[in-house]
Every structure is written in C-alpha cells, then in structure tokens.
Ligand binder design. Structure first.
Ligand code: HPA
Length: 235
C-alpha cells in the first residue's frame, strides 16, 4: 500500500500499462486480460492485475499531466518494485504531415515542466525514454506489421493557452506532437533505474482541428493497445 495506491504488496505486476483514463484501463482489462482483479481504486484511479496470454501484467490509469503521472509512477517504481511502465495515450499533432490514428513512439520527451528539476534536481528540458521498453515496442510493432514513428514529443503543462501556434519548446526540439505526461514518467524511470516508454495515437491535428470523435476512440486505440500488450508480454 502506498499513499495513492491501495493494492497490498505483491498485487502489482512488474510491468504496468498506463492509459490516462481509468475507464480506458477498465476497457482494456475487460477486453484483453483473463483472471483480472481490481487491486486499487483510490480516487477512482483503477488498477487491475491479470494475465495477458500467460504474462502477469497490471493496467492502471495515470490521470492527466506531469504531477499526476509523477505520483503514480513514483509509487509503482518505489513501493511496488515495478520494473517497466508503458504509457499509452493520445496526442495532438502540431503539423499536417501526421494523420489521425498515426502511432507515435516517444524518443525524447521535451517539456517546460519543472518536474524533473523539483523532483530530482535535474535542470533539463528533455529526457530520452529510459531502458529497453521503447526498443521492445519498436520490434513488436514491426512483428505486427504496424507502422510506428519514433519522434520527439512535447509533454506540455497546459492544454488551453492564449497563444495559438507551436510553443517555443516544441520548435526547439522538433517535437511533432503534444501530450502531457511522458516527461515526468521518463524522469522518474531514469532516476530510479527503471524502464519506461510512451506510445501515442494521434487523436487530433491541431492546425486543422480534425479530431477522432468520442465514439471512434474505443476502436481507434485498439492497435496501440495490442502493441503495448504484446510488448509487455515480451518484457
Ligand atoms: N494537447 C495536450 N495533450 C493532448 C492533446 C493536445 O492537444 N491532444 C491529446 N492529448
């Protein structure tokens, strides 16, 4: 048990898949896991542990933003001995060279967030995906004949902003898309000597305002879930 996760010791697997949304976590568990047990529901952030094709894995939500994923990933790594966290989420593309449903694998997470500085004393704006999980995901996608682009991602602290246009940090690091969590996840994994990856589906194209609708989301995210589950099995 940790402050924000009520699972007893031993009830979280070594590999955790982490969507942002608790209901998406529940959807994945119902669709893909066998013998799954709800092991924590503190703050309605559901964590389930079960089996995917013989591999014990946990699926639990991160909530939104660096502070939230910072808390959950820290507690999973530090108090539950988790070795790998694969975040699966959505992102907004900054340019029209990307399309809705494209799959992006985060190479470098870039952020104006002060998370790495204040949590770990790291005065950095960019963190490489730590450990072997990212490489495993690339190989798994290749085996499943799914196209995944490895790119730099902007982990933004804000969803709504006054200025339109691409934020300076995203231009500086040539980030192709924006989400809100990878930077804190990578900071924690790097500093605690664990592995973490962030696989994303493009859910909106920012300059054209195209979006995947709420109805389309469930099926739109299945290819990403399949890659993440199979990668978790291989870890
Ligand atoms: N901004 C931040 N996070 C996101 C976005 C966005 O436009 N789309 C999906 N996740």
């Amino acid at each position: 048990m940790s402050i924000h996760i009520s699972a007893p010791e031993g009830q979280i697997a070594e590999v955790v898949l982490m969507p942002g949304d608790p209901l998406r976590a529940r959807f994945m568990v119902k669709k893909f896991l066998t013998g799954a047990e709800l092991v924590s529901q503190t703050r309605n952030i559901y964590f389930y542990t079960g089996n995917y094709m013989g591999k014990r894995i946990t699926i639990g939500a991160s909530g939104m933003g660096c502070p939230s994923i910072g808390i959950y990933s820290y507690e999973l790594f530090s108090f539950y001995g988790v070795q790998t966290i694969i975040r699966i989420g959505t992102c907004g593309a900054y340019q029209t060279n990307l399309s809705l449903y494209d799959l992006l694998l985060t190479d470098l997470a870039c952020s104006e967030s002060s998370y790495a500085l204040h949590a770990w004393g790291l005065p950095t704006e960019s963190i490489q995906a730590p450990g072997i999980a990212t490489n495993k995901i690339e190989l798994t996608a290749l085996n499943q004949s799914k196209s995944v682009k490895k790119v730099n991602i902007h982990s933004s602290d804000v969803f709504y902003r006054k200025e339109s246009g691409i934020p300076a940090i995203a231009t500086k690091y040539r980030c192709q898309a924006v989400e809100m969590e990878a930077f804190a996840l990578f900071a924690n994994a790097q500093e605690l000597g664990r592995s973490a990856a962030t696989l994303l589906t493009v859910s909106d194209i920012i300059p054209t305002h195209e979006k995947i609708s709420a109805d389309q989301r469930e099926t739109a995210l299945l290819p990403m879930m399949e890659i993440a589950l199979e990668s978790a099995r291989a870890l």
